[in-house]
Design a protein. Sequence first.
Length: 208
Amino acid sequence: MTRPRVKTKAIAFLVVTFVLLGLWQIGNGSWIYVKAKLAQVLLQRAWASTLAGQQDVKPWPWADTWPIARLVVPSQGIDQIVLEGAYGRTLAFGPGHVESTGSLEGSGGIILTGHRDTHFRFLGTLHPSQTVLLQARTGLWHRFTVRESQIVDSRTASIRTDGVGRQLILVTCYPFDAIVPGGPLRYMVIAETVERMADNEQAGSSRF
């Protein structure tokens, strides 16, 4: 008589364990999205101080990065602050600038990277001829037009940033709906520069 009772308790224990594990996973996943959203609010404030002339403004006291650009994609409803450095601790809060590539104030290609399930998920619906806007710390806006998208293998592919003309390259992990993160594939969007605009010229068109 005791064996069925023990078996029932064991099953109940396993059910409760799996339920709690599932709730923890849901909570952990939700926290990633909440953290990404909240961080952008603080980053917007830091970006306002940057445009006012302050240097390397930390969005929170313990931050080891700072905002260097504002990324706007009108067709996607995207308005994000870009951080210096493409490290895991940075990408949790916003897209990051690969430091070995060009700056907005200079010349050459610029590479920005972000997580496929938060800030750069929109790359999957970004199509050729769509506009990408990038604001530098000087307040100057740079307009880019999407040329193409590619899926590459990070183990063998290399991204050249020394070609003719200014390019903006946006990179994220692929596939977008992968269950296990950290695979070798990357989704890459290449956009080419069109023009530069003054801060007041862009102010109206970036509201959506």
